[in-house]
Design a protein. Structure first.
Length: 95
């Protein structure tokens, strides 16, 4: 199961507080409702989309970019941990 990110929670909460549907937000960020749903489930937006989200939801760009960088780092760290475990198990099985 995919972990819900703090960015996804922020997007959904802010969208709902602004009384916008996913379709409304999608129109404001020049995207689709299904993409907004993906963002609310943890997808990381491009920098350009993040800027559009900031404008649409009246969020500070600096804060969104900080969260995106942290979440990218977290995903990279998680991938690295999985690779280390994989290679450790592989080495153990070859003994």
């Amino acid at each position: 199961m995919k972990k819900i990110s703090s960015l996804s929670v922020l997007i959904k909460k802010t969208r709902k507080n602004a009384v916008l549907s996913q379709s409304d937000l999608a129109e404001k960020i020049q995207s689709t409702q299904s993409y907004v749903a993906q963002l609310e489930r943890g997808a990381i937006p491009s920098i350009e989309t993040a800027k559009l989200l900031c404008e649409a939801l009246n969020l500070e760009e600096k804060e969104i970019l900080r969260i995106i960088e942290q979440e990218k780092y977290n995903k990279d760290t998680e991938k690295a941990k999985k690779m280390i475990i994989f290679f450790n198990v592989k080495n153990l099985l070859n003994i």
